[in-house]
Design a protein around this ligand. Structure first.
Ligand code: T5A
Length: 211
């Protein structure tokens, strides 16, 4: 049984996860809550090396199954080395992407059946799920426009618009299945409005942590 709260941020490219992570960090710091901030794929030495392989252009034609398995290899290491130890000692965990991204990108985007992903989720996570997921939702065109202003596209960002449409729709389907856990944030609004939505979702959790 874990004690800390596990919060994840999700969304298509350019949704504003990095920007919102800064805001979450300051909310937790102000509340005096100890936390681990991390990301996927990545978060450990092995995970960061897998991230380079997954996001870089060296293996442009990697098979969809290899991509899926590498995501879960990174996740298995991450859970054992970082996430579970942090939660077990009562720290909160803020994670930039987790398994919902696998359902959205490898499931929705690549077309791998959710039931196959579920097998790996059960194996690697043994029932663990985030307590709260903030899904930053916005039209694909807007996300790609924002992401494009920033840096050269990685292997995923080089995908076609239709790929991200499927990713977005898969995320929305996940939130319909688990509306209590996966909260939709309208990320098309200006930054101030987006951060206000995040504060209003997260504040009840902060208040319940103050005993
Ligand atoms: N992946 C990951 C899988 O396929 N399967 C998996 O299981 C997992 C875990 C990881 C990639 O791996 C894939 C998905 C991804 O393609 P990543 O770095 O986590 O890559 O994901 P990215 O989406 O590439 O992250 P980005 O850093 O590109 O996007 P962010 O963090 O969502 O966006 P951010 O905050 O950098 O914002 C983009 C720009 O928009 C501005 C910001 O200032 C910035 O310039 N912005 C706004 N502008 C106006 N109004 C707002 N509300 C704004 N919010 C942000």
């Amino acid at each position: 049984m874990t004690e800390g709260l596990f919060i994840t941020l999700e969304g298509i490219e350019g949704a504003g996860k990095t920007t919102c992570m800064d805001h979450l960090r300051s909310l937790l710091e102000q509340a005096g809550i100890a936390f681990l901030e991390t990301r996927e794929p990545g978060g450990t030495q092995l995970g960061e090396e897998l991230r380079q392989l997954l996001l870089g252009h060296k293996h442009t034609g990697m098979s969809h199954d290899a991509e899926l398995l590498m995501m879960f290899a990174s996740r298995a290491e991450h859970l054992q080395q970082k996430i579970l130890p942090a939660l077990d000692t009562g720290q909160w965990v803020l994670c930039d992407r987790f398994t919902d991204a696998t359902y959205a990108y490898q499931g929705g985007g690549r077309g791998i059946a959710f039931s196959r992903i579920q097998v790996l989720e059960d194996w690697v996570q043994n029932g663990l799920k985030p307590d709260l997921t903030l899904l930053l939702d916005l039209p694909v065109e807007l996300g790609l426009e924002r992401a494009g202003k920033r840096s050269a596209p990685d292997r995923f960002e080089s995908e076609a618009m239709e790929f991200f449409d499927r990713v977005r729709q898969a995320y929305l389907e996940l939130s319909r299945k688990e509306p209590e856990r996966i909260r939709i944030i309208d990320a098309s609004q200006n930054l101030e409005a987006v951060l206000a939505q995040i504060s209003s979702v997260v504040k009840p959790y902060l208040q319940s942590s103050i005993r």
